[in-house]
Design a protein around this ligand. Sequence first.
Ligand SMILES: *Cc1c(COP(=O)(O)O)cnc(C)c1O
Length: 463
Amino acid sequence: MNTVLDKQAISQPLAINGGPKAMPQDYDWSHLNWPIITDEDEQAVLEVLRSRSMSATDITKLFEAEFAQWIGAEYALACCNGTAALLEAMWACGVGAGDEIICPSVTYWASAAPALQLGAAVNFADISPKSLCIDPNDIEHRIGPRTKAIVVVHYCGHPCDMDPIMDIARRHNVKVIEDVSHAHGALYKGRKCGTIGDIAAMSLMTGKGFAIGEGGMLVTNNRSLYEHAIAYGHYERTGAASRFNPADKQITDDGLSRFCGLPIGGVKHRLIQTASAMGRVQLKHFDARMREIQAAMNTFWDLLEGVPGIRAHRPADKGTTMGCWYYARGLFAQSELDEIDCAKFCEAVSAEGYKMLPGANKPLHLHPVFHEADIFRQGKPTMVAFGQRDVRQGPGSLPVAESINNIAFDVPWFKHNNPAAIVPVATALAKVAMHFARQARKAGTHKGTLPVAGVVTRDSASR
Ligand SMILES: *Cc1c(COP(=O)(O)O)cnc(C)c1O
């Protein structure tokens, strides 16, 4: 059976102009609920509570071992949140006072802000308008003598173009930290995101694709980086021998064993075991649930293939996938819709029944924290307080990042491949886009032909 857009609804006047809404009044949004919690999760959490083992690490170590195997990395280290995992990953990579990291400007703040806590500066790079990930062509010229790491973010589930990034990093002897908070399970040319750079950190908080409450995970194949991360924030892990808990005397490279028993970072990054118990259950079901999300999101975007003004945010090449498609976005092509901008487009779609917002995360390079914040109370902004080059950038410096509100919009994060739930939303988008494209054509500002969009016949689970 074909899944098709509702042609009748599409032909009506726009709701914003007084026409009927494309979406049913009684549309039920509960299918978007996440994460999926079953008796199995509840039982696992209850066991931790009843054994009063919330602050132990036995279950967490099992979770780490299973997670490491699933992602295909040698070491996994659970943390209290993703921000903590990013902080210790940066420290492990050698980031310290007066150093620099490179990070895309459009991402959640935790991809970048931990660098400030280490006394380092962030040199923000622009993003690519197609992937919304760091633009590989905007990295190399930012590398200076104090650059220690490039943080890449597989943004909204879309894998970064890792081949050129790894090539640049290797040539300059700079570490690559993958922030996988949006892309658990995503593949880049057949390889799992999080296993390509030197080290990866990710959030597992309630809203993310892999969700366990509050939690984070660090993964790496590099034993030294792993041990440095432990030394920074996991005091209880130092000094006991096991594969996931190396003996301090095995730490040979940096004299870390002297600090055994106390965390060098002065922080405590241990994960609560109610979360790791839930994580073990979530992991068992993750691949199946991710595949269902992929099928659902591909159904949605296949329906909209060819509709003017909007594009799917998904990779074209086989073997590269969106994982569980967290923070799903669409791409806006204003030139095809004449006058209207993305905000106006979202307003019109919202009137049809799906409350849609333009943009994604706001560009970080313009935020006052990365210009003025004096975290160490030295009387000067931390970005320049330790002798760094001044890499602060004002308006106009990263044009694609600064245009984010006009090149991207949010779309529902479908968890179930149920056409009855997906078609009405796709119809609302198509109705608005086709209306404005027709206007543009009437006005003679757009010469293209209008496609016959919205018929899904092929296997949409291929991406
Ligand atoms: C959520 C998120 C983080 C931070 O993780 P927390 O678990 O919330 O601390 C880091 N990076 C990105 C890209 C995120 O989306």
